[in-house]
Write a protein that binds this ligand. Structure first.
Ligand code: SF4
Ligand code: SF4
Length: 110
């Protein structure tokens, strides 16, 4: 991996580790931009990224192979939990560990 490349592009572990729950108002059905077809209802005004509600977890929007080459197919419209999980954070390290990946080297954390 080149030093200039974003570390998430060779990872994707957090997209295959956690439930991704967020407000239905982030979907295009309720005024947001994320396609509602990529979500499942949870309760009340909460929805979940399809694929993150069962094991093995893998968000429907994730493309590629975890730990090798990965990308979010709805990056511009990804919901808040995805925007908030930062490379190098505890959640990042935990997700990577679940996939047998080491923590990001300090120099790669943006
Ligand atoms: S935030 Fe961490 S776990 Fe998620 S894709 Fe980036 S490097 Fe991987
Ligand atoms: S919406 Fe994108 S960033 Fe969020 S879990 Fe799915 S693939 Fe990952």
């Amino acid at each position: 991996m080149s030093q200039a490349e974003h570390p998430c592009l060779a990872c994707g572990a957090c997209c295959a580790a956690y439930r991704v729950d967020f407000s239905v108002y982030e979907t295009d059905a309720c005024g947001g931009r994320l396609p509602a077809s990529l979500t499942v209802e949870v309760a009340g005004a909460t929805v979940r990224m399809r694929g993150t509600d069962h094991v093995p977890v893998r968000c429907i929007a994730l493309t590629g192979t975890v730990g090798q080459r990965a990308a979010c197919g709805v990056y511009e419209w990804r919901p808040n939990p995805c925007r908030e999980l930062e490379p190098g954070s505890y959640g990042c390290e935990k997700a990577r560990a679940r996939h047998g990946l080491p923590p990001l080297p300090a120099g790669l954390v943006l």
